[in-house]
Design a protein around this ligand. Structure first.
Ligand SMILES: [Zn+2]
Length: 517
């Protein structure tokens, strides 16, 4: 009985006198990260005749990556934070987050379902405040995408008949780096387009993994679109090239402090096992045939999605034009990306794209795609980045890839125009416009006609689009460099589909057609 009274006494002491110290912080779990935490204030506020609320304020710093041993002038990054607080129920907690952004970051009571702090809980960029309704809460910069999630997803994806799994090597700490090869093996690989995608060089860039996961989900979904895409293409996908960084909750580096994005021009002794593993598999896979497309998935702090398009001066006019075509195709029917969001930079050998450029030049378009953490198109009143809209954008990315590589699928058929009366058209080429193949057609007369013809179209309702050729400028004029609808057709029975179309004006252009069910 005495023991029971003592423990009751202890309990009552714990729940009153030690209230201030009852909030506990931790980050000792997968992908967890936190620097120092310091309580700066605590006050009881009377909110009604009988009730008081405890308000606690903390200064909390995010954790810096280790000093970069190779690029010693680089300041270590401290973007990522993901920590757990216990003992918060019913208390008003102010968190001042140092070293990083806190723009409507996320919280979760179960570590699985995350939601953003709302505007009123995030009045300052570096501060959140909230009265939590449960005792344990996880706070994170973005919804974590962990290595363990990838491993579970891989187990699921591997069940798809089109997926081959391979461990391409191990990280510095001995963690497996997986690659998925996704294609329809009943169709010979000869003539298939070859697409490489990797992500998460930078561990804090969680949105890019949700985007890439959606792309792999679609490729392995067995949908009509993905099945026909995979009969014409092979995808080589390394979803996480820096697993140590992801597991350890690092910001931009590997566990040894190296930024694996920027050491591709260094000899092996100055890079990391992760870069060596990637270089080896890339060399092996391109021994005979280069890739058609090489995508490097990242996330950026700017409030927009973007490709980093390499300038014509640092690559070639053809590669510049091809990058613009891919980018503008990604804009198509995409509410989360516009041609105004496009970013430009010079190709440099320290990046994976530079390494590819030095080997394959114009044969491979190698480019980085960035997803944001906050919102899209610099529009704070628009959609805030979520797993759902990243997933939707994954679909746009796949459509852009198949259109760019001129892969016709059951639901998106790409067709070259048949020119009637060749004297009324002129072939135009060059690198000042964005178009599909070696040339497009310009009408010399208002009566210039062209035929859309597809030999084998299933019964149904379709829309026909024409690629609206526009200038290879940094921002496309409205209505240019996009699919423009030219007709709606009903195919009454399976078979050929033929449509006669007229130039809208002298100088009117025709390039590729797209038929969408
Ligand atoms: Zn990055």
């Amino acid at each position: 009985m005495l023991i029971r009274s003592i423990s009751l006494l202890l309990l009552s002491i714990l729940s009153s006198g030690f209230l201030f110290s009852q909030v506990r912080f931790s980050s000792a779990f997968e992908s967890g990260s936190m620097g120092e935490v310091r309580r700066i204030d605590s006050t009881w506020t009377k909110v009604s005749a009988k009730d008081s609320i405890l308000t606690l304020s903390y200064d909390l710093s995010s954790r810096f990556d280790p000093l970069n041993p190779v690029d010693t002038a680089l300041k270590p990054s401290a973007r990522w934070y993901y920590f757990r607080m216990d003992g918060v129920k019913g208390k008003q907690i102010f968190l001042n987050i140092q070293n990083s952004e806190a723009i409507r970051p996320f919280y979760s009571y179960d570590g699985i379902n995350f939601r953003r702090f709302d505007e009123g809980e995030n009045l300052n960029k570096r501060q959140v405040n909230k009265i939590f309704t449960q005792d344990t809460v996880f706070i994170s910069h973005f919804i974590p995408y962990k290595y363990s999630r990838l491993s579970n997803k891989i187990e699921q994806w591997r069940k798809c008949e089109y997926v081959d799994y391979r461990e391409i090597g191990k990280s510095h700490l001995g963690v497996s780096i997986p690659m998925l090869t996704i294609t329809d093996r009943s169709v010979p690989d000869q003539n298939k387009k070859r697409i490489w995608i990797h992500g998460r060089a930078h561990p804090s860039e969680q949105p890019c993994s949700w985007h890439l996961e959606a792309m792999i989900n679609e490729l392995t979904s067995g949908s009509e679109y993905s099945k026909s895409l995979l009969s014409h293409s092979v995808f080589y996908i390394v979803p996480m090239i820096n697993p140590d960084g992801v597991i350890g909750g690092f910001s931009r580096s590997s566990s040894t402090g190296v930024n694996v994005e920027i050491n591709w021009d260094r000899e092996d002794s100055l890079t990391t096992p992760e870069i060596q593993v990637l270089k080896a598999i890339l060399t092996e896979l391109t021994e005979e045939i280069p890739f058609d497309l090489f995508l490097n998935m990242h996330s950026q702090i700017a409030n927009s999605a973007t490709y980093w398009i390499h300038t014509a001066e640092s690559t070639s006019p053809v590669t510049y034009k091809n990058q613009l075509l891919l980018s503008n195709l990604t804009v198509n029917e995409n509410p989360f990306y516009s041609s105004k969001d496009q970013s430009f930079s010079d190709m440099a050998p320290r990046y994976p794209e530079g390494w590819m450029w030095n080997r394959f030049g114009d044969k491979t378009v190698a480019i980085t795609f960035e997803t944001p953490y906050t919102y899209y198109k610099e529009n704070i009143d628009g959609d805030w980045v979520s797993v759902e809209n990243l997933s939707r954008m994954g679909m746009n990315s796949l459509y852009a890839i198949s259109d760019y590589l001129d892969i016709s699928t059951s639901s998106r058929l790409l067709v070259n125009p048949r020119i009637i009366n060749k004297r009324r058209w002129t072939k135009t080429s060059g690198n000042s416009d964005v178009f599909f193949e070696d040339f497009f057609h310009k009408a010399l007369s208002k009566r210039a006609k062209v035929i859309f013809y597809a030999p084998d179209v299933k019964q149904g309702e379709y829309k026909i689009y024409s690629w609206s050729v526009g200038p290879a400028d940094k921002v496309s004029p409205d209505g240019k460099n996009c699919w423009s609808e030219v007709a709606e057709v009903r195919q009454k029975r399976d078979g050929k589909l033929r449509l006669r179309l007229k130039a809208d004006s002298v100088g009117g252009v025709v390039d590729k057609f797209l038929l969408v069910k």
